[in-house]
Design a protein around this ligand. Structure first.
Ligand SMILES: *[C@@H]1O[C@H](CO)[C@@H](O)[C@H](O)[C@H]1NC(C)=O
Ligand SMILES: *[C@@H]1O[C@H](CO)[C@@H](O)[C@H](O)[C@H]1NC(C)=O
Ligand SMILES: *[C@@H]1O[C@H](CO)[C@@H](O)[C@H](O)[C@H]1NC(C)=O
Length: 230
């Protein structure tokens, strides 16, 4: 029984372990990403209007990260998880420019713009269930827009797990905020700008969504503003 217990436990932690977003590229965990309140439980946040929804840090996590990560505009960056994002879902990545330093910025106000997303793809004929290509990833890789002005930013990733999202508050949000310094940027004007919390009410059709519904869903509408590609 002892031998059988090991793989069983490994399976349980893989299935129920959930995940955090503790690093960028090859940084050590929680050095450039603010430690989220769920760094031990890895539980999602389900209240999109909570002040915790900005960066989910500060009530057990940490308000700032020890360092700020330098990255060139136009280069790709990888936001790393500590487990496979096995729940069916979609991804959004936002940035917000810090008035001074990223470390000193709480991300409040209408300051966030979206730079990347991986949405769901529904079959318009309703023959097949919708597909969610972000599902199962261990990381998200995306470019910092090349025309974003140089300076310090918060970089916020958000995976929306939809496996239980058929009711209000059922979608699970896995979020993380990194502190970054963008070099070699341009003169772009990122838009549209949204507040986080504020960007969602929780009633959006891409947040209350029954993945497994019959008749099958024929569309999926990604939550949040359009991506600013710079
Ligand atoms: C924010 O999260 C903490 C735990 O991380 C929790 O104790 C608190 O109730 C949350 N606040 C709100 C408004 O949901
Ligand atoms: C979500 O957070 C808001 C703002 O803190 C609070 O008013 C509301 O009661 C919370 N909802 C739930 C279901 O906890
Ligand atoms: C950069 O990220 C984009 C978006 O995920 C991806 O399509 C592309 O392959 C990445 N490029 C490199 C060199 O990793």
């Amino acid at each position: 029984m002892k031998l059988a217990a090991v793989p069983f436990f490994a399976l349980v932690s893989g299935v129920f372990g959930h995940w955090c977003w503790p690093a960028l590229d090859s940084t050590a965990e929680w050095t450039v990403v603010r430690k989220t309140d769920n760094f031990q439980t890895r539980n999602p946040i389900q209240n999109v209007t909570s002040p915790n929804f900005t960066c989910y840090n500060g009530n057990g996590g940490s308000a700032t990260a020890p360092s700020t990560y330098t990255i060139a505009a136009g280069a790709n960056v990888t936001f790393q998880t500590d487990n496979n994002m096995y729940h069916i879902g979609v991804l959004n990545v936002y940035m917000a420019k810090a008035p001074t330093t990223a470390a000193a910025f709480d991300g409040k106000g209408q300051v966030w713009f979206k730079i990347f997303q991986i949405s769901g793809v529904a079959d318009p004929t309703g023959t097949n269930y919708p597909e969610f290509p972000a599902t199962g990833l261990y990381a998200a890789t995306f470019p910092i827009p090349k025309n974003v002005p140089s300076g310090e930013y918060l970089l916020r990733t958000e995976y929306i797990a939809l496996h239980d999202a058929y009711y209000f508050g059922g979608a699970q949000f896995y979020i993380g905020c990194a502190q970054i310094a963008v070099t070699g940027g341009g003169n772009g004007t990122p838009s549209p700008l949204v507040s986080i919390p504020g960007v969602y009410t929780g009633n959006e059709p891409g947040i209350i969504y029954d993945v497994y519904r019959d008749p099958k869903q024929t569309s999926y509408i990604q939550p949040g503003p359009a991506v600013w590609t710079g």
